[in-house]
Design a protein around this ligand. Structure first.
Ligand SMILES: Nc1ncnc2c1ncn2[C@@H]1O[C@H](COP(=O)(O)OP(=O)(O)OP(=O)(O)O)[C@@H](O)[C@H]1O
Ligand SMILES: [Mg+2]
Length: 399
């Protein structure tokens, strides 16, 4: 006889424990290794047991539950997560799957039905399939601790390079006050993220599509608000829902960010599967880039999912590559040379890959894009992100 499935059960606030216990298959089929009320408590207890499968019972639209699913899937991508719920508030089912759950069953449910869902989810994971109906596109966050290091250049160029490889790409301008993605790509801000937020209610594919602008390269853009005072309407919760929706719509989601670790940037890092950290070849920028990398480490972001990009790398500024490695503790993944055609292409509103396709800089961005496409499904973070929780708390946000 097969071993029972070691199942860890989490009850979100408001869930009736009896309803869940009645739905669980009998001993022999499953072994309940833990049944814990409350998400925070459960996250700690989860790591004190050996388990094959995670059951999360939710009531209503629980942000905490979604975050737990996301974390659990990142931490152990091959362990199935099955959600039990009482009904599906608008858009919630989509977000449950977007967070990485394998199945969602409505309560009350028969133990047979639940057992079938467990077996299906385990079989799928054993076969290396991420999710039955949905797979999540990589979300790449372009970061740089200081202004003017080349974040927007990288975000726009990487997007165009991925589109050249036949991928569908959405580029989001998260520099909410002073975004210039539209300017760099020569696209007028007819609609922006501000207009999308103002529609209110939950997001779905059709609604988000209505606010994307299409660049001639095929890259779709969600532009920053037209005026700095409009930035405040974009909340962290809105961004999480936006990312979950977009990741089911396209092959890649790229996010250009403002300098520094604002709450919006931290929320984006938290959702990201990879980061491009942009530094420049001068002592001050290298120091800040190193600080940025250390902050990501503090947040528990896996080092192997961070690409280090050194911009203006050809400049003769008295810092050797060996010194860069000594300061950063790692080799840069990509070097972008200084090139007079870059500011020229920005002024013309034409991405460098289109304005000077053969330039060294364009080739470097193509190399960066190919690194993401080769891996296609980017590796998931393995580390328990306990210290990330602390960081959230320190900046006063709920996890
Ligand atoms: N490798 C390069 N060679 C020449 N010019 C460059 C290079 N990289 C960036 N620039 C120029 O530097 C300026 C800043 O670049 P970019 O806008 O990409 O930086 P950023 O990090 O997005 O800045 P901000 O923090 O203000 O958003 C632009 O005018 C761009 O044309
Ligand atoms: Mg920028």
């Amino acid at each position: 006889m097969a071993e029972p499935i070691r199942t860890f059960v989490i009850l979100d606030a408001g869930v009736n424990r009896d309803d869940v216990e009645r739905a669980l298959p009998g001993t022999g089929e499953v072994e309940i290794v833990g049944i814990v009320e409350g998400i925070d408590e459960a996250w700690v207890r989860l790591h004190e047991t050996s388990n094959d499968l995670l059951v999360l019972a939710v009531q209503g639209q629980s942000e905490l539950a979604l975050q737990l699913i996301d974390r659990a899937v990142r931490e152990r991508p091959r362990r199935p997560v099955v959600v039990l719920g009482y009904g599906s508030p608008d858009g919630f089912t989509r977000r449950v799957f977007a967070a990485g759950a394998d199945d969602m069953i409505l309560l009350p449910a028969a133990p047979d039905e639940v057992m079938f869902a467990f077996q299906k989810a385990l079989a799928r994971k054993a076969g290396g399939v991420e999710s039955a109906t949905f797979s999540r596109a990589p979300l790449i966050c372009v970061l740089g601790p200081k202004g003017g290091t080349g974040k927007t250049l990288t975000a726009t160029s990487l997007s165009v390079a991925l589109a050249e490889l036949g991928k569908s790409v959405v580029l989001i301008d998260l520099d909410l006050q002073f975004g210039d993605v539209g300017l760099c790509m020569g696209v007028a801000p007819e609609k922006t993220i501000f207009d999308l937020v103002r529609t209110g209610g939950s997001l779905d594919e059709e609604k988000v599509n209505g606010f994307l602008l299409t660049h001639s390269s095929g890259v779709k853009l969600l532009l920053a608000p037209a005026r700095p005072d409009q930035a405040a309407v974009v909340s962290v919760d809105f961004l999480r829902e936006l990312y979950a929706t977009l990741r089911l719509m396209v092959d890649f989601v790229i996010v250009d960010t403002p300098p520094g670790f604002t709450p919006e940037v931290i929320a984006t890092i938290d959702s990201a599967s990879a980061i491009c950290m942009i530094g420049m070849l001068d002592a001050l920028s290298l120091k800040n880039t190193k600080l940025g990398l250390e902050t990501l480490e503090l947040m528990g972001f896996p080092r192997e999912n961070i690409k280090l990009i050194l911009n203006r790398a050809g400049s003769r500024v008295g810092i050797s590559e060996a010194e860069v490695v000594a300061i950063m503790g790692r080799e840069p993944d990509i070097l972008i040379p200084s090139d007079r055609d870059i500011p020229r292409s920005v002024n013309e509103g034409m991405p460098i890959l289109l304005a000077r396709p053969q330039s060294e800089a364009s080739q470097a961005f193509r190399k960066l894009a190919s690194q993401f496409v080769q891996v296609d499904e980017l590796p998931s973070p393995h580390t328990v992100r306990a210290s990330r929780t602390n960081l959230w708390r320190r900046i006063g946000l709920r996890v």
